[in-house]
Design a protein around this ligand. Structure first.
Ligand SMILES: NC(=O)c1ccc[n+]([C@@H]2O[C@H](COP(=O)([O-])OP(=O)(O)OC[C@H]3O[C@@H](n4cnc5c(N)ncnc54)[C@H](OP(=O)(O)O)[C@@H]3O)[C@@H](O)[C@H]2O)c1
Length: 267
């Protein structure tokens, strides 16, 4: 539920969350214990009730569950006219429209109000990068609200839907590839007799520091060259990675993820 506010963002009066199971309900209630006067947690049997009083509805179930959720009696009917924000990976605004309207033609007088967004897990510490795009016809006011919501948990960028899949996997999946690299680096420490916990934060914090040089103005390729001194250790390590095809492996992995993302709305 929203109330008008004088600054750029809306005033969030109340949040209602629904989850699949009783155990999730308990977990969420425990997590938000201090804010339960403003948050109600319900289970999926009460999805329709949760939507009834809402101004904005977030769709955050796994994409594979969307057909089951939309098949609940009254679900899509209650959703019509609401501002919908979907964070379901790979689900286009067109697919959200299809789910809500159930195949009926869209009323051009009152087009569906929907935003598709891709946050990442760093939202937990308010350091997410969230990409979002609005369906045709979504009002400027609603687009502004979406941008405001996601800027509460990090940085929010509006991008065209045509490039959404590749950009979304770059913010949503690339982190898991970089974590795999960190894991590999730590394996080397273990092989040399150093325990993981002793070096984990050193490795992660030095990586964070190096990465921050990029938005500060250094091109990644130039930076990599600067680090790799002639006859030094870094160039030996980089040559090993080139031999193993690691750079193109990253490219191939992200392209595979983008293909998967493109196919999700039709599966
Ligand atoms: N994980 C990521 O990094 C990431 C990044 C960007 C976007 N996303 C998207 O964010 C969404 C959530 O992802 P996640 O990783 O957080 O998954 P998750 O932990 O499985 O969260 C899904 C939630 O939906 C609930 N749920 C299941 N069926 C429901 C129903 N019929 N009605 C209401 N709630 C229901 C689940 O409750 P139960 O567990 O009790 O069944 C669970 O709380 C997905 O659409 C995903 O594509 C995820």
């Amino acid at each position: 539920m929203l109330e008008p506010r004088s600054d750029n963002g809306p005033h969030v009066k109340h949040l209602t969350a629904t989850v699949g199971t009783e155990s999730s309900k308990q977990r969420v209630e425990e997590t938000f214990d201090a804010s339960l006067h403003r948050i109600t947690v319900l289970t999926k049997q009460e999805n329709v009730r949760a939507i009834q009083d809402a101004n904005i509805v977030f769709l955050a179930m796994k994409p594979i569950k969307r057909a089951e959720v939309f098949a609940e009696p009254g679900f899509k009917e209650t959703l019509r006219g609401k501002f919908i924000v979907s964070i379901m990976a790979g689900i286009t605004t067109k697919e959200v429209e299809r789910l809500v309207l159930g195949g009926e033609p869209s009323d051009s007088e009152t087009p569906i109000q929907a935003v598709r967004a891709m946050p990442n897990m760093a939202a937990r510490i308010r350091e997410a990068v969230t990409l979002w795009t609005g369906s045709i016809g979504t009002t400027k006011r609603n687009l502004k609200i979406a941008s405001w919501i996601f800027s509460q948990v990090g940085e929010a960028y509006e991008i065209p839907e045509g490039s959404f899949d590749i950009c979304a996997v770059l913010v949503g999946c690339a982190g898991s590839l970089l974590l795999l690299a960190i894991d590999g680096l730590l394996d080397a420490a273990v092989a040399e007799g150093v325990r993981r916990p002793e070096v984990q934060n050193l490795v992660v914090n030095s990586a964070i520091g190096m990465m921050k040089l990029v938005p500060a103005g250094d091109h990644p390729g130039v930076l990599r060259e600067k680090i790799a001194s002639p006859g030094g250790c870094s160039i030996r390590a980089l040559l090993e990675l080139e031999k193993l095809g690691v750079r193109s492996a990253f490219t191939t992995a992200i392209l595979a993820a983008a293909e998967k993302s493109k196919s999700m709305s039709s599966s």
